[in-house]
Design a protein around this ligand. Structure first.
Ligand SMILES: *[C@@H]1O[C@H](CO)[C@@H](O)[C@H](O)[C@H]1NC(C)=O
Ligand SMILES: *[C@@H]1O[C@H](CO)[C@@H](O)[C@H](O)[C@H]1NC(C)=O
Length: 205
């Protein structure tokens, strides 16, 4: 009889844990970024968002960086005709945005796919830097200001996800730890992580 009670308790605990681990992590993750609303709206606009783990969320945001860079490059190409006097600055911007598309984005995606998301951070940070350099070339009268700001904001939000507590936890515990939460080892891992002062990108213990 006592055994039955214990077993029922265990089953109930397992059900609770499964429910908890299935909840979307978009909101708690976005709380760790400098722009909660932007973060949530970008992630909710992608059907993969609701079931993604932190690395998955980072991949979605990198897709947004890619989309915005493509859009900006199209805008730049259109400006050559409308504003021929800006050719030099536009050439520079064109190079910068091609760097985002051809180097930063693939580098960040590759790092995440290889299970080392912390190495993806550089590409994401660089996307914001490239946008700023492009903007600077117009000496304060940029026709790309709002696109530049959008890139800087997405870069900042995505970057914060790389700094976030959760991605470090996933790296330390294996990227599928929520689904392993019933396993003693990963439970111990999660519990011990709660007490650890992690250093971003470095081993947590
Ligand atoms: C910005 O200023 C620099 C140096 O003063 C100049 O060489 C460049 O042509 C200017 N660019 C634009 C787009 O006005
Ligand atoms: C992005 O982050 C940098 C560094 O924290 C900050 O200086 C900058 O203002 C942010 N840019 C935007 C557009 O939020």
């Amino acid at each position: 009889m006592k055994m039955m009670k214990v077993m029922m308790l265990i089953v109930m605990m397992m059900m609770v844990m499964v429910m908890v681990s299935e909840g979307s992590i978009i909101e708690p993750t976005c709380k760790e970024t400098p722009d909660f609303n932007l973060c949530v709206s970008l992630l909710n606009s992608d059907p993969r968002g609701s079931s993604a783990d932190t690395s998955g969320l980072a991949l979605i945001l990198i897709d947004k960086i890619k989309g915005l860079a493509t859009k900006t490059l199209n805008e730049i190409n259109g400006l050559y005709k409308k504003r021929p006097e800006l050719k030099r600055a536009l050439d520079e911007c064109s190079r910068r945005y091609k760097t985002i598309l051809n180097a930063d984005v693939p580098e960040a995606i590759e790092a995440i796919s290889k299970g080392v998301p912390k190495f993806g951070e550089d590409g994401v940070i660089d996307a914001g830097v490239e946008a700023s350099v492009c903007q600077g070339g117009f000496n304060g009268s940029s026709p790309l200001t709002s696109l530049t700001k959008s890139m800087q904001k997405i870069s900042n939000v995505t970057r914060a996800i790389f700094y976030s507590n959760s991605i470090v936890k996933e790296e330390a515990c294996g990227s599928s730890w929520p689904s392993l939460a019933l396993n003693i080892d990963s439970k111990a891992c999660v519990v011990s992580l709660q007490n650890i002062q992690f250093n971003r990108g470095r081993t947590c213990w």
